[in-house]
Design a binder for this molecule. Structure first.
Ligand code: A2P
Length: 287
C-alpha cells in the first residue's frame, strides 16, 4: 500500500489522515494534531463546521514540520454555498488556518439547494485556479487551495456536478467501513479518477468488538482498529481515523507492517449491513 496517492490535480495525498471531527476547538484539537504530526501523520482533515481550523493551523505551524510536507483539508459548509460567498468563505478558512494555502477544499455535502451547490463549485474552481498574468500568478482565487473535491456525494450528485465542471473533483469523502461499503459508489469514483476518502473508518468505534473483526485481529496479533484501517487501504481508500489519544493515533498509523489475506478480506467484505453512523446526505439531499 503506497504512502501517498496522486490526485487528478497532480498533487499527492498521504493515504492515512487524522480526522478532527468532534475534536473540541482549543487545546484538544491543538494537542491531537501536534501529537499526530510528531508520530508521523502528514495529513489532517478538518472542516469549517468543526470550528477547529485555527487550532489545526496553529499545531501545524508549531510542529516544525515544513508546511509543504503536511496535507491539510477543510470543507466549505453549506451556509456559504454560492460563488461570491463561497470564495469569501474559502479565503476565511485559509486565513483562520494561517497556513498560506489549503491542500484540499471540499464541498461538505450536496445540500438541499442544487443551484447554490453549483455556484459553490464555481467558487472552489476559482480558488484552485492559477492564472498567469504576465510573470506573476494572479486570478480570482489565486492559489488559495491546491486541489478541490466533494464530500457526501452520491453518484447522481457527482454526475450532475461533473457535467457542468471545468475542474473535476479530485476526491469524494464519504463514510465507508466494512459495515457500510458503498461498493457501487466506490467503483464509480474509481472509474472516473476520483479518490475515495473514508470517514469514520472505525465506524466511530461502534464495531470494534464485532467477533468477525476481533477474530481476524487476534489471529494477526493486531488491534481491531488496525484491521479496519488495513481493510480500507487494501480497498484503495484513504481512511481518516479520528483519535485524540496519542497511543491510539500511533496504532492507527502503524498499519503497514501486516497484510490481510484474501480470506480475511472476504470475512470483512461479508460484514456489509448498511450501517450509517453519522448523517446521510447521499440519500437525503436532492440531486
Ligand atoms: P478517541 O478519540 O477517544 O481515541 P472514527 O474514526 O470511525 O470516527 O472513530 C473514532 C472513534 O474511535 C473515536 O471515538 C475514537 O476515540 C475511537 N478510536 C480511535 N482510534 C481508536 C483505537 N485505535 N482503538 C479504539 N478506539 C479508537
Amino acid at each position: 500500500v503506497a504512502e501517498a496517492v496522486k490526485l487528478s490535480s497532480g498533487h499527492h495525498m498521504p493515504t492515512i489522515g487524522l480526522g478532527v471531527y468532534r475534536s473540541a476547538p482549543g487545546s484538544e484539537t491543538y494537542d491531537a494534531v501536534l501529537s499526530a504530526l510528531r508520530l508521523g501523520y502528514r495529513h489532517i482533515d478538518t472542516a469549517q463546521l468543526y470550528g477547529n481550523e485555527a487550532d489545526v493551523g496553529r499545531a501545524v505551524r508549531d510542529s516544525g514540520v515544513p508546511r509543504e510536507q503536511v496535507f491539510v483539508t477543510s470543507k466549505l459548509w453549506r451556509d456559504s454555498y454560492g460563488t461570491e460567498s463561497g470564495l469569501a468563505a474559502v479565503r476565511a478558512s485559509v486565513e483562520r488556518s494561517g497556513l498560506g494555502w489549503l491542500d484540499l477544499m471540499l464541498l461538505h455535502s450536496p445540500s438541499a439547494d442544487p443551484g447554490r451547490r453549483e455556484a459553490a463549485w464555481r467558487a472552489l474552481e476559482a480558488a484552485v485556479q492559477q492564472v498567469v498574468c504576465g510573470a506573476v500568478w494572479c486570478g480570482v482565487g489565486g492559489n488559495l487551495v491546491r486541489s478541490i473535491g466533494v464530500s457526501n456525494f452520491g453518484e447522481a450528485h457527482l454526475e450532475k456536478l461533473m457535467r457542468g465542471a471545468t475542474v473535476q473533483p479530485a476526491v469524494n469523502q464519504v463514510e465507508v467501513h466494512p459495515f457500510l461499503q458503498r461498493r457501487e459508489l466506490v467503483a464509480y469514483c474509481r472509474q472516473r479518477g476520483i479518490v475515495v476518502e473514508a470517514y469514520s473508518p472505525l465506524s466511530k468505534g461502534s464495531k470494534l468488538a464485532d467477533p468477525r473483526v476481533t477474530s481476524v485481529a487476534e489471529r494477526l496479533g493486531v488491534t481491531p482498529a488496525q484491521v479496519l484501517l488495513r481493510w480500507s487501504l487494501q480497498h484503495g481508500l484513504v481512511p481518516l481515523p479520528k483519535s485524540t489519544h496519542p497511543q491510539r493515533q500511533a496504532a492507527n498509523l502503524d498499519v503497514r507492517s501486516f497484510e490481510l489475506s484474501a480470506g480475511d478480506m472476504a470475512v470483512l467484505d461479508g460484514c456489509e449491513e448498511g450501517l450509517v453512523t453519522g448523517w446521510d446526505p447521499i440519500s437525503q439531499d436532492p440531486v
